[in-house]
Design a protein around this ligand. Structure first.
Ligand code: FES
Ligand SMILES: [Fe+2]
Length: 336
């Protein structure tokens, strides 16, 4: 295979990674529903025995199975009534009668699914990389707060590229946490995950802590140190651990991206925080995070195109070490 020159939302190599397709509660019992992933439609059904997913394309004449209904534990195609069981086997072809031999081409191939970290994940081909381990996930001292999913007009790779980047804070986030004092990017290391499909970056810096109520009273300074630990896992999962020593706040952001089609992406974000013991504080944290995301989207939804080029076309500096590593890993996934 020739090495791909760029990453897009429909790069075929993305089929080899685990990608989110929704929150578990989106899939009601015995109700076929359609989700979009990598420019394709997928039909998902939750049965008592668990979730199943297939291409949303009947083996007969390609009708959308998600427009069908459930009959005797099978999805019934809305076009000619073929029925498919939980394993994708065609169990009934009405036009042939009950005892007919079903042709081998009449079956569907199930996609791999797993439920983890509050999301349903699909891999459309044999996955080459696992989901990252998130040490803080089960920590009962942290409140799990989900943002509503956000659909953006940018590629998943562009969102990750922006999320991993810390050179943009003083410019893009001047209205929230970005500190003008923080322009210079110091040296930092990128530690690759053992299997090569992810990395960890630790970076201490300073922010304007507009979330700290003691800043307004003058008890705390506005400019505060913050320690960031990014954990990236291919294709599009990031955990960002934020520690604020002055306030003692710990905020672990978990982000996973669903490439819908060539130009749009769904962003799932959960926050694990130790400072949100009331619904009001949680809502405040959600609003602030959405405000920060809106600042990023103003830039990334207006980028030159919806790709991450691997070769020429972008200049890199030592401050971009982590986003260069992201490109290397994605290039490897797309060439695997
Ligand atoms: S297209 Fe589905 S049964 Fe004919
Ligand atoms: Fe940002």
């Amino acid at each position: 295979m020739t090495s791909p020159t760029s990453l897009t939302n429909t790069s075929p190599g993305l089929r080899r990674g685990w990608l989110p397709i929704g929150r578990p509660e989106e899939f009601a019992l015995d109700t076929p529903s359609r989700v979009e992933l990598l420019g394709e439609g997928i039909v998902v059904v939750r049965r008592e025995s668990g979730l199943t997913a297939f291409a949303d394309r009947c083996a007969h004449r390609n009708a959308r199975l998600s427009d069908g209904r459930m009959v005797d534990g099978c999805i019934e195609c809305p076009y000619h009534g073929w029925r498919f069981d939980a394993a994708g086997q065609c169990a009934h072809i009405p036009a042939l009668g009950v005892d007919a031999t079903v042709p081998p081409t009449a079956h569907l191939s199930p996609y791999r699914l797993q439920e983890r970290y509050g999301l349903v994940w699909a891999a459309l081909d044999d996955p080459v990389c696992d989901l990252p381990e998130i040490a803080e996930w089960g920590d009962s001292s942290l409140r799990q707060i989900w943002l509503p999913p956000v659909d953006i007009r940018a590629a998943a790779g562009q969102f990750v590229d922006n999320f991993l980047d810390f050179g943009h804070f003083p410019f893009v986030h001047a209205g929230t946490f970005g500190a003008g004092e923080d322009e210079l990017i110091g040296d930092y290391e990128v530690q690759r995950r053992d299997d090569g499909w992810g990395f960890v970056v630790e970076y201490p810096h300073t922010i304007h802590n507009n979330e700290d109520p003691l800043v307004k009273t003058g008890e705390h300074p506005l400019v505060q140190p913050r320690n960031m630990t990014y954990t990236f896992g291919a294709p599009f999962t990031i955990v960002l651990r934020l520690e604020l020593p002055i306030t003692g706040v710990l905020n672990v952001l978990f982000t996973a991206l669903q490439p819908l089609d060539d130009t749009t992406t769904r962003v799932y974000t959960a926050m694990l925080r130790n400072d949100c013991d009331t619904a009001e504080k949680a809502q405040h944290a959600i609003d602030y995070e959405l405000e920060i995301m809106a600042e990023d989207l103003k830039v990334i939804e207006r980028l030159w195109d919806k790709t991450i080029p691997f070769g020429l076309g972008q200049a890199h500096t030592r401050a971009d070490r982590n986003t260069v590593e992201f490109r290397r890993i994605m290039q490897r996934l797309l060439s695997a």
